[in-house]
Write a protein that binds this ligand. Structure first.
Ligand SMILES: NC(=O)c1ccc[n+]([C@@H]2O[C@H](COP(=O)([O-])OP(=O)(O)OC[C@H]3O[C@@H](n4cnc5c(N)ncnc54)[C@H](OP(=O)(O)O)[C@@H]3O)[C@@H](O)[C@H]2O)c1
Length: 328
């Protein structure tokens, strides 16, 4: 196999770590992008030992911090000459805390799960363009099924700063909104990057066994629910393997703007009036995800919140110089 580079965020545990191990075993150059270097170092040793691949690198990034993401991208560009695969896997779903803002004043769940991946991908766009088959994969969740209800809307009015009068904090709602916003951002990103030849897809994760460390982050009542769910969830390797297939298999080459399910089938837009089989199954996603004005608003919000960190060189390159790819 020719040398291919992959970055996986949040690869010190869970699905990200399993995926890193699978890529390393297959001979890829793997960057595990972790916020905690101590945990990252431990994961690195384990991945190298299990895969016998020395081309696994640990790099620090806090996906909730715009400055940290900028530093990570600068360091990546110094060390590597291109990027083939970017997996935006890191996710914040801490059910134990009240409303918290990131260092940049953005609600922490939205900062980590939406704005961070947006900035990371934008800043690595030119590195991706250097690959002959660049693929971005975003970690989605079946929590987006809440939007089958026509009453559900993402609360985009309380993303940064002080919340408006009447705002009721809910970590669950923050996570739910962030994951729907991330899917909508993926659709918009796929459209925006189409002419650059960069594929952007998303995987709806129905569940994967959570580690004790992850469970400890939850408030006690959520921990009980998560422990019960864990009994029915597949191991993290199952999802890690899905990441690998979507990012490497020829079956998914030239596919962009798709939401895939756990069987790696491309999901369709659901009907306006979903029936129970739509809600329980994994064939369709809520029609809300295709709302162009909300997609546009999320995209613009991400640009606005990150504009100080977007390098001018990201935009100045002549996109026409890239060979156009025919996406399906
Ligand atoms: N497991 C499930 O049932 C399930 C279901 C649907 C979707 N998902 C999605 O799948 C992805 C992986 O989740 P998982 O189940 O593997 O959970 P996990 O084991 O808790 O992994 C989450 C990873 O994200 C990292 N992370 C969190 N905040 C970060 C930040 N600010 N900067 C950098 N890294 C950060 C964590 O690092 P630390 O160790 O430092 O906290 C950890 O490595 C997430 O996007 C999640 O939303 C999971």
């Amino acid at each position: 196999m020719k040398n291919r580079n992959v970055i996986i965020t949040g690869a010190n545990s869970g699905i990200g770590k399993s995926a890193a191990q699978i890529f390393a075993y297959a001979g890829y150059t793997v960057v595990i992008a972790c916020r905690n270097l101590e945990k990252g170092e431990k994961a690195l040793q384990e991945i190298v030992a299990a895969s016998n691949n020395k081309a696994v690198h640990l790099m620090q990034v806090d996906m909730s911090s715009l400055a940290s993401i900028s530093q990570f991208c600068a360091a990546y560009k110094e060390q590597f000459d291109k990027l083939d695969i970017l997996i935006n896997n890191a996710g914040y779903f801490n059910h134990g805390e009240g409303r918290r803002l990131s260092a940049d004043g953005i609600e922490i769940t939205f900062a980590t799960n939406v704005v961070g991946p947006f900035l990371l991908t934008e800043l690595l766009k030119n590195e991706l363009k250097k690959s002959d088959d660049p693929r971005v994969l975003n970690a989605s969740s079946n929590i987006i099924k809440h939007y089958f209800s026509p009453k559900k809307n993402i609360d985009l009015d309380n993303i940064s700063g002080n919340p408006s009068v009447g705002y009721k904090h809910s970590v669950y709602a923050n996570y739910r909104d962030s994951k729907m916003a991330f899917l909508m951002l993926s659709f918009k990103m796929a459209e925006e990057y189409r002419e650059l030849g960069i594929a952007v897809n998303s995987l709806q994760i129905n569940g994967a066994r959570m580690s004790n460390e992850t469970l400890r982050k939850f408030a006690p009542h959520w921990r009980i629910i998560a422990r019960i769910q864990n009994l029915f969830f597949p191991p993290t390797e199952f999802v890690g393997n899905n990441y690998f297939e979507l990012c490497t298999s020829d079956d998914f080459a030239n596919k962009t703007g798709k939401q895939f399910n756990h069987k790696l089938k491309s999901m369709r837009k659901g009907p306006e009036n979903p029936k129970p089989n739509h809600i329980w199954g994994s064939q369709v996603y809520p029609v809300y995800a295709t709302n162009k004005s909300v997609q546009e608003r999320i995209w613009n919000l991400c640009f606005d919140l990150t504009k100080k960190h977007l390098n001018s060189d990201t935009y100045s390159e002549d996109v026409q110089s890239h060979e156009l790819v025919a996406f399906a």
